[in-house]
Design a protein around this ligand. Sequence first.
Ligand code: ATP
Ligand code: MG
Length: 355
Amino acid sequence: MVVKNCKVSLGMSANTEIRYAFDSRSENNHMLLLGISGSGKSTQLECMESDVINFGKKIIEFDFSDSSFAKASLAKQSRTINIRNDSSISPLIKRCNVYGQLEDTVDFSKRITDLLSGALRFKALQQSLLYDAIKQASTGCNQITFSDILDWLSLSDSTSAISIRMKLQYFADIKIFEGREANGWQKLFQHPKPIQILSLSGFRSDERKVIAELLLDDLRSYLVEYGPGQNDFILVLDECQNLRLTSGMPTSFFLSQGRKYGCGVWLATQSPQYFKRDELAQLYQPALILNFQPNAEERSKICRKLAKDEKERKRLLEMFEQLGRGQFVASGRFLKKSGILSNRTHLLIDNLHTL
Ligand SMILES: Nc1ncnc2c1ncn2[C@@H]1O[C@H](COP(=O)(O)OP(=O)(O)OP(=O)(O)O)[C@@H](O)[C@H]1O
Ligand SMILES: [Mg+2]
């Protein structure tokens, strides 16, 4: 399923409406929004979400900042799933590959260990203990719980095992991901409301990161299991500094292979400096980049990333310096009146409105 002719209005530039194609005409359907706090990223996301759903696309959004309630204009089209209380999607399950073969215990244990360790910054010894515990817990069964992992970890009284238990105990206590329904993602994609918001409300910041990485990886596994051509959706990751973009982590998969599975990723963050050097290449993957009032110290760095020569870099820097609320510099290829795509360019766009 591929939605054709998905044209979204970005705003006005020199009295002309600027439209962007989030469909097969674009190199990818990803977008990056950068800008200081309060510069208008979330507001712009909301405007654009309301446009793409009119073309039949679905939106899956991770809410890291309890802001879903703020999307008053999209309330009717949205459903919020509170992950703390709703276990319809559970990532602690072995998945099938595209040929229908069930993931084996070793691969499952490695995958879950890597995700938990990446988000909770476990050291090598902790990783090895966790890997063993997950392997023991998942031998002979397809689904595990955090309590199962803790049971196996409690066999060791080393300080490393105790420190992992402390970080996972809360998840076991609230029984997160227990009582899973079959086909959670499928039901979510088929839900009549086009915007599905996965709310991470009720968790501490480091816990939100773990839960989000686990869910994103399960979404990745679901897409791979069911194969390409089934869905057409935008994955909205506002406050994406909560996620790792390193290769092997799920967001990096969506950025590099999302197109095959009908997935565009919209990332928003205040600054690229939240990311390590190896993550920056992924951060700048999107074919469309919107810069809302970049942080003064970072302007020239961003310009160097986006401009191909010195002349372009200077022009971009001048544009950045003029930006006010509701304004941004869009870098990408835009739809001309004739329907043809422009060459890659930078436009100063005004989208100031009364909400
Ligand atoms: N295009 C716009 N037109 C009119 N008002 C706007 C526009 N964009 C933002 N605002 C106003 O600015 C406020 C902050 O905007 P927004 O929440 O979108 O910023 P943000 O970049 O997402 O900030 P943060 O990084 O803190 O999440 C909004 O509540 C809204 O009142
Ligand atoms: Mg915001």
